[in-house]
Ligand binder design. Structure first.
Ligand code: CAA
Length: 379
């Protein structure tokens, strides 16, 4: 067993850390306050290959492993959780399934553009009546001649309005349950497709979260991803990887909150000494650091499993469950350490507290992660 990062993993960490510090950190509070999607970061990240970290170089990616990818997401989330989910939604939920399930033509047409960051990707599974019960979607796709015609709607779609490609699930055989769901590649200019208003969220405010509408939306027959009826399995397999990304995001949020707490505890003087000299604060910091370290081991292990061809669905669920609950707890303690100042926008822990919560919700709630973990143990 070896806990050391490789030279390549360390180089990616250094590169993304520097980018996060110089380009993302200075705008993080502003884009959160203004609910502004950081469009200017997309070409910058594309240039550094941050939008295709685990995709092979021959397809325009960085050709790195999944451990490097989670390190990149962690470093981004350390300063801006919104930027981290923009990258994670794009990479894990839209780019990966094209390379895993797509035809050669789909890989060439979309995969390379996604991996190189020329377009952003989005993944659309959730519907107003189908959140945790992902199989309860009502959107339909009917084959008419050379086209599928989609009707219905999706909700809470990350990168909505900014994506150049949407992976959309729809029922092709409503009588067949999960085996009647198919996945499609929808371009934003498809006739009958539209994007709704952005949600006003508690956190990750700079990430775009929108509904999608399909009104007799026509897409070519060859926009089917994989085979008809495989859409649910494609979505579940995609989420197995996505959950590692969200876990890495949670880890980064927690690390950022700890960094801020340590700095504050050293500088803030009360009772004639810095907070860091008080045992009450020391113990909080010790607990936060220990939980973060445990979360990091779970996150890196899940990514390592994926890199090494091992099953990773349960490891991903454990990593997301633990890292997300760590993030909300650590952000809470970070505010406690900052006292009243932590409750203001003057310190980044207020944003970390709001951003952390969503990691317990999206790409499967903590309850879903427990269902997945228990299911793997009790079958
Ligand atoms: N990989 C491959 N196939 C899988 C799978 C996996 N991880 N999990 C299940 N399947 C297959 C099963 O083998 C089964 O196949 P068969 O029909 O051949 O037997 C089929 O899928 C149905 O499985 P289940 O009966 O277990 O499905 P279920 O309806 O009971 O659902 C669930 C189980 C775990 C609750 C699932 O619905 C789930 O994960 N729900 C949460 C959905 C979710 O995470 N949504 C987030 C959306 S994305 C997002 O958050 C937005 C964003 O942009 C960030």
């Amino acid at each position: 067993m070896n806990f050391e990062l490789t030279e390549d993993q360390l180089l990616i960490r250094e590169m993304v850390r520097e980018f996060a510090q110089t380009e993302v950190a200075p705008i993080a509070a502003e884009i959160d306050r203004d609910h502004r999607f950081p469009e200017e970061l997309i070409p910058q990240m594309a240039k550094l290959n941050i939008l295709g970290v685990p995709i092979p170089e021959e397809f325009g990616g960085a050709g790195a492993d999944n451990v490097s990818y989670v390190i990149a997401l962690e470093e981004l989330a350390r300063v801006c959780a919104s930027t981290s989910i923009i990258v994670s939604g794009h990479t894990s939920l839209a780019t990966w399934p094209i390379f895993e399930f797509g035809s050669t033509a789909q890989k060439e047409k979309y995969g390379t553009k996604l991996a190189a960051g020329e377009i952003l990707g989005a993944f659309a599974l959730t519907e107003p009546g189908a959140g945790t019960d992902a199989a309860a979607g009502k959107t339909t796709a009917v084959l008419k001649g050379d086209e599928y015609v989609l009707n219905g709607s999706k909700i809470f779609i990350t990168n909505g309005g900014y994506a150049g490609l949407y992976i959309v699930t729809a029922m092709t055989d409503p009588a067949a349950g999960t085996r009647g769901i198919s996945a499609f590649l929808v371009e934003p200019d498809a006739p009958g497709f539209s994007v709704g208003e952005k949600e006003h969220k508690m956190g990750i405010k700079a990430s775009s979260t929108t509904p999608l509408y399909f009104s007799d939306c026509r897409i070519p027959k060859d926009a089917l991803l994989g085979a008809e009826g495989k859409g649910f399995k494609i979505a579940m397999a995609t989420l197995d990887g996505g959950r590692i990304g969200v876990a890495a995001q949670a880890l980064g949020i927690a690390q950022g909150a700890l960094d801020a707490s340590i700095a504050y505890a050293k500088e803030r003087v009360q009772f004639g000494k810095p907070l860091s000299a008080l045992q009450a604060i020391q113990w909080m910091i010790a607990d936060m650091a220990t939980q973060i370290d445990a979360a990091r081991l779970l996150v890196y292990r899940a990514a390592w499993n994926k890199d090494n061809g091992l099953p990773y669905g349960t490891a991903a669920a454990m990593a997301k469950l633990f890292a997300s609950e760590t993030a909300t707890h650590v952000a809470d303690r970070a505010i406690q350490i900052h006292g009243g100042y932590g409750y203001t926008e003057s310190y980044p822990v207020e944003r970390a507290y709001r951003d952390a919560k969503v990691t317990e919700l999206y790409e499967g709630t903590s309850e879903v992660q427990r269902m997945v973990i228990a299911g793997s143990l009790l079958r």
